[in-house]
Design a protein around this ligand. Structure first.
Ligand code: CUA
Length: 312
């Protein structure tokens, strides 16, 4: 994750601007230090030849010159900044993919806003996008202000409750790009991560078709028991598994949980052990998170894990 490694045109422009600022800043710094050293060196020699009005006149010219140069440089940077702002605020072309991102304390709800309602996909914390295609990202928040930031792809975009903002980004090479919340939003702000998985259009389409399917029905007795645990204990109150009786949208949609690489908003790998720890005691992993601890018997936990891991 680095803004210095742009993977798309928007991040490219922003990084060029960053380079301009760094280069000009370095040159100005070197010149100022040069003058300082020169002044120190001259000061040592001043003891013999004390300057009169002529020297002061020269000094005034230098100061005036420095002010002019500084003003021109700052105006130049301002213009460059505005130009990049305009260039990266482009509008989505027809055919762009629209993704709605809703911020929650502390996870990301992702919805693919297909014009046809039956083709909408809802997931969490992992955004798949096809390489080379414009993606319009619409953001809002359910609670407090968050900020959507994928340094390799674009600058920051604030998620404000009751307000919809949008931007357009594009990934030009495949890869997994890390994103995180860039606006302090409470206790677990530092653990509000997500991933953008940029892949070939073919792989993206395959992933999308997979996500459109309802949640897999339990195939074994253990998975069946697990679904019963899911529906009879706390899980059902907050989570959706499409195709089952679970339809709450308080927490992340778990219809295809097993297809995701991480849990707990990008901070834990999606493995059986981490899933067990998270289900039993999320508060010790992310104190303050909305998900309560769940007291499950060993056989209930085993069944629930089998069910959750079958949701691919
Ligand atoms: Cu969400 Cu910081």
């Amino acid at each position: 994750m680095s803004a210095a490694d742009p993977a798309g045109p928007q991040a490219d422009r922003i990084w060029d601007l960053g380079l301009l600022f760094i280069t000009l800043g370095s040159v100005v710094y070197a010149v100022v230090i040069g003058f300082l050293l020169y002044a120190l060196w001259q000061g040592g020699r001043r003891v013999e030849s004390v300057g009169g009005p002529a020297v002061e006149h020269g000094l005034t010219q230098w100061v005036a010159g420095a002010i002019v140069v500084t003003t021109v440089l700052l105006l130049g940077l301002l213009v460059a900044n505005l130009a990049v702002g305009r260039a990266t605020a482009e509008f989505a072309q027809p055919g762009a993919l629209t993704i709605r991102v809703t911020g929650h304390q502390w996870w990301w709800e992702i919805e693919y806003a297909d014009p046809e309602p039956s083709r909408r996909v809802v997931t969490a914390n992992e955004i798949h996008i096809p390489v080379g295609r414009q993606v319009r990202v619409e953001v809002s928040s359910r609670d407090v202000i968050h900020s959507f930031w994928v340094p390799n792809l674009h600058g920051k975009l604030d998620l404000t409750p009751g307000y919809r903002a949008s931007t357009v980004l594009r990934a030009d090479r495949p890869g997994v790009y890390y994103g995180r919340c860039a606006e302090f939003c409470g206790l677990q702000h530092a653990r509000m991560d997500f991933r953008v998985i940029a892949e070939s259009p073919g792989r993206f389409a395959a992933w999308y078709e997979g996500q459109l399917r309802p949640g897999r029905a339990p195939a074994t007795t253990l998975e069946q028991q697990g679904q019963q645990v899911f529906l009879s204990r706390g899980c059902v109150l907050c989570h959706t598994v499409r195709g089952s009786a679970a339809g709450s949208r308080v927490g992340p949609d778990l219809t295809h949980l097993a297809s995701r690489g991480t849990i707990a908003a990008g901070i834990l790998p999606n493995t059986r052990g981490h899933l067990a720890g998270w289900v039993l005691d999320p508060q010790s992993i992310k104190p303050g998170v909305l998900m309560p601890p769940n007291q499950l018997a060993a056989n209930e936990l085993r069944a629930l894990l089998a069910y959750l891991q079958s949701l691919n």
